[in-house]
Design a binder for this molecule. Structure first.
Ligand SMILES: NC(=O)c1ccc[n+]([C@@H]2O[C@H](COP(=O)([O-])OP(=O)(O)OC[C@H]3O[C@@H](n4cnc5c(N)ncnc54)[C@H](OP(=O)(O)O)[C@@H]3O)[C@@H](O)[C@H]2O)c1
Length: 214
C-alpha cells in the first residue's frame, strides 16, 4: 500500500483522494485547516487521514498538488521543499487568473514562455514534478467511462522514473498516457485546460475528455 498525500481541500483533492483509496492506497489529505476535512475522513474509511500540507507531505511517498493555481507556489512552500525532495509530485494545477473568461476563454497569469509547473519545479528543485490530471474536469479524473474509449492524459516532467510511476497510476485510473517530455511541455499542457473549459462555458458541457488519435 502506497502512502499518498493529496494537498487540496477542493473537488480535485477529494476526487483524487477517493480514487487512490479506491485503488488500494493510503491517503492523507492536506489543508491549511485540516479540521475542515473531518467529514471527508469520516466517510473515506480507515486508510484515510488528514493533516497540514507539511504533515501530509512529510509522511508520503507520492504527493498530489491540487490547490488553486494562484496559491500553488505558497502551497509548495507550506509543504516544504525538504519534505518534497526526492518525491514524485503530481501537479494538477492550472494557472487560472482571477479575471473572468472572455467568450468562454479563461485567462492565465503565466505566459507561453514559462508554465506554472516550471515555477514550482524551480521553487522545490529536489521534487520530481509530473504534470497530470490538469486537462480534464474532476468528474472524469478517475475511471472515465466514455463511448470513445479511454481518453488521453498528457503528462510531462524532468524525471523519467517519476513519469513512469505517474503513467502507471494513470493507466490504473483508466487513462491512455501521452508523455510530452520535459517540464517545458507544461507550457502546452496547462493551456489545454483553457480548451477543455470552452464547451463548458459556452454550452454548459463539462463531461468530455481529450483523446490523441493516430
Ligand atoms: N476543478 C476541476 O475540475 C479541475 C480540473 C483540472 C485541474 N484543476 C486544477 O486543480 C487545482 C485544484 O482545483 P479545485 O477546484 O479542487 O480547488 P481550488 O478551489 O482551485 O483550490 C482549493 C485549494 O487551494 C488551496 N489554497 C487556496 N488559497 C491558498 C493559499 N493562499 N495558500 C495555500 N493554499 C491555498 C486551499 O487550501 P485550504 O485547504 O488550506 O483552504 C485548497 O486546498 C486548481 O489548480 C485547478 O485549476 C481543477
Amino acid at each position: 500500500m502506497r502512502r499518498v498525500a493529496v494537498l487540496g481541500s477542493g473537488v480535485v483533492g477529494e476526487t483524487l483522494a477517493d480514487g487512490f483509496l479506491k485503488h488500494g492506497d493510503a491517503v492523507t489529505r492536506g489543508s491549511r485547516d485540516p479540521a475542515k476535512l473531518a467529514g471527508w475522513q469520516a466517510k473515506a474509511g480507515a486508510n484515510a487521514a488528514t493533516a497540514t500540507f507539511a504533515g501530509a507531505a512529510k509522511a508520503a511517498e507520492i504527493v498530489v498538488l491540487a490547490v488553486k493555481g494562484e496559491a500553488a507556489e505558497q502551497a509548495v512552500d507550506l509543504a516544504g521543499r525538504d519534505a518534497l525532495a526526492g518525491k514524485v509530485v503530481i501537479d494538477t494545477t492550472n494557472p487560472i487568473a482571477s479575471a473572468p473568461p472572455v467568450n468562454g476563454v479563461l485567462r492565465f497569469f503565466t505566459t507561453l514562455d514559462e508554465s506554472l509547473m516550471e515555477r514550482l519545479q524551480k521553487r522545490a528543485p529536489g521534487a520530481r514534478f509530473v504534470k497530470a490530471f490538469s486537462c480534464v474536469g474532476a468528474a472524469r479524473m478517475v475511471d472515465p467511462q466514455l463511448p470513445g474509449g479511454p481518453p488521453t492524459m498528457f503528462i510531462c516532467g524532468n524525471d523519467d522514473a517519476a513519469k513512469q510511476s505517474v503513467a502507471e497510476i494513470l493507466r490504473t485510473f483508466g487513462w491512455d498516457v501521452e508523455d510530452l517530455g520535459a517540464a517545458e511541455a507544461a507550457r502546452a499542457i496547462e493551456p489545454l485546460c483553457i480548451l477543455w473549459c470552452i464547451p463548458g462555458f459556452r454550452r454548459n458541457s463539462w463531461t468530455h475528455a481529450l483523446k490523441l488519435l493516430r
